[in-house]
Design a binder for this molecule. Structure first.
Ligand code: FE
Length: 133
């Protein structure tokens, strides 16, 4: 399902930080986002298009100050792109449905995937399991 992107609509609906992070590949400061230390259960959805991206069951404490997950709800819900900005070569994570920037993926995560999805809280919305539609 493709999400029809309307920049004005997105900017009106999101906070300034959510807009900057998701539409301009920004990064929230560590330990400032609303989910870095969250332990509540539920699914983390894309703040822009609403698709489910992660569950609390794969969230772990990475010590980085950003919400971190060992895998996505479905492998194809996240799009990967090589990011050579800021003098580093990293793998950028984007929402596969709407192309919003989510964060980066590193190879120092816990088993079984060994991956660390380092996300911005600003890109996500936590919805408890019993409130899933
Ligand atoms: Fe999305």
């Amino acid at each position: 399902m493709e999400y029809a992107k309307d920049d004005n609509e997105i900017r009106d609906r999101l906070t300034e930080e959510q807009y900057f992070v998701t539409q301009h590949a920004g990064t929230e400061r560590a330990f400032t986002g609303c989910y870095w230390d969250t332990k509540e259960s539920g699914k983390y959805h894309c703040i822009v298009c609403g698709v489910a991206l992660f569950t609390s069951e794969t969230k772990f404490d990475s010590g980085t100050g950003w919400p971190s997950f060992s895998e996505a709800v479905e492998a194809n819900s996240i799009k990967r792109k090589v990011d050579e900005s800021h003098g580093m070569v990293r793998i950028e994570a984007l929402c596969a449905s709407c192309d919003s920037h989510l964060g980066h993926i590193f190879n120092d995560g816990p088993p079984p995937t060994g991956e660390r999805f380092c996300m911005n809280s600003a890109s996500l919305k936590l919805v408890p399991f019993d409130e899933q539609v």
